[in-house]
Write a protein that binds this ligand. Structure first.
Ligand code: AMP
Length: 556
């Protein structure tokens, strides 16, 4: 296994193999097998572009050979930052095939995040779209290549991008040129890392989550089987494909292993999604609650034919029962609640669950080999029905973040359970109900924002003496980013802080939406900033003014 990763203990690994969960499959071969079985069926759709399995397989093989020719070697890390376009799928599977490891970055990530990813992964390559939604990713990539000796290749999707004067020869490569006659390549080791997902950020900057071929092949197979996916299924990938939810629950990878069709959409605009569902006869999709709410509203007046939809998965953030109840009647399909994390553990409601369980719980673990515990502050297991921290271990839950031994010592128990930071309880039927969280993360729509990271950036502002970042309630996004600031001199305004953080290269979804200037921050008995009190205070202030942070932010 790649240096810096923590393998599963041999005894448990053997158990997963003996149980048939890990079958020594690799993700590249899975796609090739689907290609062989379903060659002329449609694998990918993006707008008017359609690729059959044969075409996809050919593109993947040629791109893999192209990466080798460009000097990328098995084991190398490559940051991949692309929107929901076929090239995202082609590049990832090409890298799987030749044994290099994609590091999945969000398209919204900027200098701050990508610099960190390059530093921690030692990436040799970085795949960018060009200029996308007004942001020049090529410029950023070239700047970072100047900072990191390790970063030798910038691959650009947009063929029109030209290397600016002074760019070192061979640094900037159009993705179209990553193309060569396929040659036999040694197959990747199934127990090795296939790619890296990013953590939702319990620490200041995201940690890298190594996902192995064995573990991800299992997760996607088990999820595809649970949904009874087959070649007739059509998946609408409307959330970013680099989210674990979209990529593999069963998502893109699960649909492709089943011979189905993946329809990629770059913007989750309800009307366009509905039109696409009607046109492509989409059978299932996955949404975060915020998006689901928008769909429910749009369905009131949009007359598109959604009758092909058989299932909508909703997850990534808390789904209120009042919204959950409306999904089946309004969209005319089954709802599946999904609780998951890039680190692994997935729980899902089942077709056989009662209507009440589907609306009020986040379902049961995907695998019979998943071990979940709910523990109190002392680490002891709590009786069913009690609320405590959720711990997880299993055949597709990580054993350690990449190159993070100190953090791993805190994030895992001695016997390898991952401390999720989520507060949960188990029902008598073994279903999980997520009740809140203890980790210092704001769930803004489906995006996870680390409070610590935003605090670090706000604190760097000269007008700020102290800061605490807390979630503030928002009727639309669930939570937004609120900042309590103790000023150093004249207090800064919200816009000023946002501009400073933006200039720092922080992704836009992490910028504060709401600001309160205070004289001092409340402390707990242990002398830590009392964030519970601040969050309650923010909620009370918002109730008092009856202004959601989204409205307040828009008004500034
Ligand atoms: P990520 O790794 O970015 O997918 O984020 C995982 C985190 O999102 C979990 O640890 C939870 O805090 C939160 N989350 C995911 N699904 C749900 C859900 N169905 N209900 C409540 N929180 C969720």
């Amino acid at each position: 296994m790649l240096e810096g990763c923590t393998p599963w203990p041999e005894e448990r690994a053997q158990g997963y193999r003996a149980a048939g969960h890990w079958r020594g499959e690799n993700l590249a071969d899975q796609l090739a097998a689907a290609g062989a079985a379903h060659g002329d069926r449609t694998a990918l759709v993006h707008g008017r572009r359609r690729l059959t399995y044969d075409e996809l397989d050919r593109r993947v093989s040629r791109t893999a050979a192209g990466f080798v020719r460009q000097g990328i070697a098995a084991g190398d890390r490559v940051v991949v930052q692309l929107p929901n376009v076929p090239e995202f799928v082609i590049v990832c599977f090409a890298l799987f095939r030749m044994g290099a490891k994609p590091v999945f970055s969000l398209v919204s990530h900027r200098a701050n995040e990508i610099r960190h990813l390059c530093a921690i992964s030692g990436a040799v390559g970085y795949v960018v779209p060009g200029t996308y939604q007004g942001f020049d990713h090529t410029r950023l990539a070239l700047d970072l290549a100047g900072e990191f000796d390790t970063l030798r290749k910038v691959f650009v999707l947009d063929p029109a991008v030209k290397a600016p004067a002074g760019t070192p020869a061979g640094l900037l490569v159009p993705l179209d040129d990553v193309d060569a006659e396929p040659e036999p390549l040694p197959p990747p080791d199934p127990s090795d890392v296939a790619f890296f997902l990013l953590s939702g950020g319990t620490t200041a900057l995201p940690k890298l989550i190594p996902r192995t071929h064995d573990d991800y092949a299992y997760q996607t197979r088990a999820a595809a089987e649970l949904l009874e996916l087959g070649p007739e299924d059509v998946y609408l990938a409307v959330l970013p494909a680099e989210f674990n939810f979209t990529w593999g629950c069963p998502g893109v990878v699960g649909t492709l292993r089943s011979g189905g069709t993946v329809v990629l959409m770059e913007a989750p605009i309800a009307d366009e999604c509905f039109e696409t569902i009607e046109r492509e006869r989409v059978t299932f999709t996955s949404l975060v609650p915020t998006l689901a709410q928008l769909w429910l509203e749009a369905a009131e007046w949009n007359e598109a034919d959604l009758s092909s939809l058989r299932l909508v998965q909703i997850g990534g953030a808390r789904l209120h029962a009042s919204v959950a109840e409306r999904v089946s009647p309004v969209l005319g399909c089954r709802l599946q609640q999904v609780f998951g994390m890039a680190e692994g553990l997935l729980t899902l409601t089942r077709a056989t669950d009662s209507a009440e369980a589907v609306v009020t719980t986040q379902g049961r673990p995907l695998s019979p080999a998943d071990e979940v515990r709910v523990v109190g502050p002392d680490g002891d297991d709590l009786p069913p029905g009690s609320i405590g921290e959720l711990l997880a271990r299993g055949p597709y839950t990580l054993q350690g973040y990449y190159r993070a031994p100190e953090h791993n010592a805190r994030a895992f128990t001695e016997d390898g359970f991952y401390r999720t930071g989520d507060l949960a309880r188990l029902t008598a039927d073994g279903a999980l109900v997520i009740e809140g969280r203890i980790k210092d993360v704001i769930v803004r729509g489906g995006d996870k924002v680390s409070a610590g990271e935003v605090e670090e950036h706000i604190l760097a502002h000269p007008a700020v003496a102290e800061v605490a970042v807390v979630p503030v309630p928002d009727p639309f996004l669930g939570e937004r980013v609120g900042a309590y600031v103790v000023p150093d001199g004249p207090p800064p305004g919200l816009r000023e802080l946002k501009e400073a953080l933006h200039a720092d290269g922080l992704a836009d979804y992490k910028l504060p939406d709401w600001l309160a200037i205070v004289e001092k921050l409340p402390l707990t008995g242990l002398g830590k900033v009392d964030k519970k009190t601040l969050a309650a205070d923010a909620a009370a202030r918002i109730r008092a003014t009856d202004t959601a942070p989204s409205e307040a932010a828009a008004g500034r």
